[in-house]
Design a protein around this ligand. Structure first.
Ligand SMILES: [Zn+2]
Length: 485
């Protein structure tokens, strides 16, 4: 500790930090965050003409402008540009005096967004922010526009209380929702500016409830691509051809059944499975017992639809340490209202596999292609075109100082201690960092709790949770600096 820094363990310190964070959110964050929600800055995968459209530039300008206006001594804000790639916003904050030996903390988030999607409730829309009680609705607030505001607000709060923090680098990218294709080039161009982060704080993950801090222990990777099936060179009358010409749809069904059991949802490729570490199974049992029916309660099941399994621990493992297939796109079939009696000549589907941590995505993709393309039903033309893949991530063992700091941060931000669980989604950057900085400690956390619906309609940011996470980050920054001083 420096002579002037307050004792992070002093009674009431966490409460005071939380009060400062609440005020900073009200005064400094709500307005620019709401303005940010109006910008349709889709990730490049969903808007190949993102550069001409200018929405990414607008979002970057808003965020970089807000960052520059923070009253943080020594703060530098830079927008990194590489032709043809989405930009990255990098903020650097020097260590508080006396905490220089604490190394570097890397704080990460992203500003690009998923597309609108349909199904927003009446009065809500992706690009029209609506504040309803404690929830701020709109695309890209919880995933993940709040992150830069949370990161710099946490740093500001620490400093306002005379607290200590290490050198901080806040990195906000704009291609995360596309699998972070632009990030490696930026990291290469940055050289050793990142330094060797001893602590990585990622603010793009989920929460199993809104009453405490949730720390992510693992993320899934992915393999996605397009499966093409062709049986005719042109469509023909289905009444005349049916029974002789194989149905493209049936061929497709048979191929999909090869790789995923339609009755259980189980992925049939051994290359996409891993041995689940016993400690993670144990974690799922403990968390599953505590959460019970809450694990699946956030999903908007229609009618009498049931979950694939009722066991909460199995549900947690199924969404984290096991692979799964979803068919997320289909070409070649007319909408039902336009359907004619025509045997479809060709169909294509987009396959999205999530794969568990430690599963090699290249080996998984090769096995998938081989299985789909081998011996096609009725000799149909079948091709699998790989689009993207990424490694999952498994957190390194957590240092005891960090476990304590997370509990203290969760208590300050929420009034309850922290919990750990795995996440079903992917953040490709974590795998890149884990490989590059094997000694770093990770705090992967976020605000995406039950029903917050990132990627779907009615996405919302739960504001008390956002402020709670911000407070917890402030507490962790202080605890990290206190170790080295
Ligand atoms: Zn995200």
């Amino acid at each position: 500790m420096t002579g002037t820094a307050p004792d992070p363990d002093a009674p009431g310190h966490g409460t005071r930090l939380r009060a400062t964070v609440d005020e900073l959110w009200a005064v400094d964050v709500m307005e620019p965050l709401t303005a940010f929600l109006r910008i349709p800055d889709l990730s490049p995968a969903f808007d190949p003409a993102w550069s001409e459209h200018g929405h990414v530039a607008e979002a970057v300008e808003l965020i970089a402008g807000w960052c520059r206006a923070r009253p943080i001594l020594g703060l530098t804000v830079q927008v990194l540009e590489i032709p043809g790639r989405t930009p990255v916003v990098v903020c650097e904050v020097p260590a508080t005096p006396g905490a220089e030996a604490a190394g570097t903390v890397l704080l990460y988030g992203h500003l690009d967004k998923q597309p609108e999607m349909t199904g927003w409730r009446d009065g809500l829309h992706a690009w029209t922010p609506v504040l309803d009680g404690d929830r701020l609705y709109g695309r890209g607030g919880a995933d993940d526009g709040y992150s830069v505001f949370a990161a710099l607000t946490a740093i500001t709060a620490v400093r306002e209380h005379g607290g200590a923090h290490a050198r901080c680098v806040v990195l906000i990218e704009a291609s995360e929702e596309s699998g972070s294709p632009d990030l490696p080039a930026h990291l290469a161009a940055m050289g050793d500016r990142l330094g060797t982060p001893g602590l990585v704080v990622c603010l793009d993950s989920g929460a199993a409830s809104y009453d405490r801090l949730w720390v992510t222990t693992s993320l899934r990777g992915f393999v996605s691509g397009r499966l093409h099936v062709e049986v005719l060179t042109e469509g023909v009358h289905s009444g005349i051809a049916g029974g002789v010409v194989p149905s493209a749809f049936s061929v497709l069904r048979e191929l999909l059944d090869r790789v995923s059991d339609p009755r259980t949802g189980e992925v049939a490729l051994p290359e996409m499975h891993v041995d689940i570490p016993p400690a993670r199974t144990e974690e799922a049992r403990t968390t599953g017992a505590e959460l019970g029916a809450e694990v699946a309660a956030g999903f908007p099941f229609a009618g009498s639809t049931r979950p694939l399994t009722d066991d909460p621990a199995e549900q947690l493992l199924a969404t984290t340490w096991r692979p799964v297939l979803e068919v997320i796109g289909l070409d070649g079939l007319p909408a039902t209202a336009d359907a004619g009696n025509v045997a479809r000549p060709a169909l294509a589907v987009t396959l999205s596999f999530r794969i568990p941590p430690r599963c090699d995505p290249a080996i998984a993709a090769a096995a998938l292609r081989a299985r789909l393309e081998a011996d096609p039903p009725w000799g149909a033309s079948v091709a699998f075109e790989l689009e993207s893949l990424a490694w999952g991530w498994d957190a390194p063992p957590e240092a005891s100082w960090l476990t304590d700091a997370l509990d203290a941060g969760s208590l300050a931000g929420f009034g309850l201690d922290a919990r750990h669980f795995g996440e079903g989604g992917s953040i490709p950057f974590m795998a890149m960092l884990g490989e590059q900085f094997p000694d770093a400690q990770f705090v992967v956390t976020g605000v995406l709790g039950p029903a917050s619906n990132a990627h779907g309609p009615n996405e919302f940011l739960d504001l008390p949770t956002a402020r709670g996470v911000t407070t917890a980050v402030a507490v962790v920054l202080e605890a990290h600096a206190a170790r080295a001083t």
